[in-house]
Design a binder for this molecule. Structure first.
Ligand code: SF4
Length: 381
């Protein structure tokens, strides 16, 4: 089972999108993306917009050979949309791909009118009625009945969790549950997972002492889950604030089993761009009217894209790969012979999945024109 997390707060955007590759089946869960609209008094920084655009392209690429698509619920950061804002994923970009996939979608009960409309929009573009996947099972794939989005409250806005089990390995995707409900936790534990990807509590909303009970509950549940799961990946709502980042660091420190964020799991540096938004504006001021111009196609993010990575490095937020400054991949990129994708995906975030890096560590020969994914790019000399 190969689990690839594509979008999450530790990777720079809102969402919890991931693909799971099995021997003969590829499953994609929650192909959506968003950027917090207004945080710390600021709209998304253009650097975050650039990172988001890269992740949106990755989601589209990854969907192309997917057999099953799961939508845990129809919030705008978890599904493609008929009317996306400039930072989300539009249905028009993926409608042909989705038409060829089996779609497992949360039902219409216990969901908001907006979520129901988004579900109907999806049905319209794939030209079929979607079955209600709540509580269903299909071979290695299984879904929970609806569980609360965070704390149990009204009957609206519930979501479904997914379980994938093959050859003794079990993965659970528990989007937006926020670790706040004991019953939800029981379902996860009953599924006996080895790896869990879950949304942590939205500490950025808990400014008053009135929320202390919720804080304690989430921490208690996180500790309980970590004791029973080999790898616990906590991300999403939790990592939208510095307080959340510290919360996770404390939990990692005190847990015997592995606790990490999506970026750690993907063996690369984390970029908590929403939590760092205020600082990004200080390090890299944004031209007045940029968002309006971007929305109308009159501005792009290219300068902010390069400036943003430089700012993260110079302010010690990320550490590039130790070979970066002497690696041919950097030289090709600087000369404009290679797309920046490669350095942003691997070099600048110290991605240990880089094949060149791994071969370097083993002292094995590898040609200059080998890309970080191990493929030889003959056009490079
Ligand atoms: S290509 Fe690989 S080895 Fe070279 S700098 Fe990038 S991550 Fe490091």
């Amino acid at each position: 089972m190969i689990i690839k997390i594509l979008g999450a707060e530790s990777l720079g955007v809102r969402g919890l999108s991931c693909s799971v590759e099995l021997k003969n089946r590829k499953i994609f869960i929650d192909p959506g993306i968003a950027l917090g609209w207004l945080r710390h008094g600021f709209l998304p920084h253009p650097f975050q917009v650039a990172v988001g655009a890269g992740i949106r392209e990755k989601i589209i690429r990854e969907l192309k050979d997917t057999d099953d698509v799961v939508i845990s619920h129809f919030d705008g950061d978890h599904c493609p949309l008929h009317e996306p804002n400039p930072y989300q994923l539009g249905l028009d970009k993926v409608k042909d791909i989705l038409s060829g996939c089996r779609i497992w979608a949360r039902g219409t009960e216990n969901s908001t009118p907006t979520q129901q409309k988004r579900r109907r929009d999806l049905e319209a573009v794939v030209k079929k009625d979607l079955e209600n996947a709540d509580g269903m099972k299909d071979g290695c794939l299984e879904f929970s009945c609806p569980v609360p989005h965070g704390q149990r409250g009204g009957e609206e806005n519930m979501l479904m969790m997914s379980r994938i089990q093959v050859e003794g390995e079990t993965f659970v995707h528990a989007s937006d549950v926020q670790l706040l409900e004991d019953k939800t936790l029981e379902i996860i534990l009953d599924w006996k997972p080895d790896v869990v990807l879950v949304s942590g509590p939205p500490l950025y909303h808990y400014s008053s002492p009135l929320f202390n009970d919720l804080r304690e509950k989430a921490l208690r549940n996180a500790k309980r889950l970590s004791r029973n799961v080999d790898t616990l990946i906590i991300d999403h709502h939790l990592l939208r604030s510095k307080e959340g980042i510290d919360w996770l660091a404390g939990l990692k420190h005190s847990s015997e089993n592995r606790v990490c964020c999506a970026a750690d799991f993907m063996k690369r540096e984390a970029v908590f761009l929403e939590a760092w938004r205020g600082e990004l504006y200080k390090w890299l001021p944004v031209d007045e009217g940029w968002h309006e111009d971007y929305m109308h196609g009159k501005a792009d993010f290219n300068d902010y894209r390069t400036g943003g990575w430089d700012a993260l490095i110079s302010n010690n937020r990320i550490k590039p790969c130790k070979w970066y400054y002497c690696c041919p991949v950097k030289a090709y990129t600087d000369r404009g012979e290679l797309e920046r994708y490669w350095i942003e995906e691997y070099c600048l975030v110290g991605n240990k999945n880089c094949i060149r890096y791994q071969m370097e560590e083993r002292g094995e020969y590898h040609p200059d024109n080998m890309l970080p994914d191990g493929k030889i790019y003959k056009a490079l000399k």
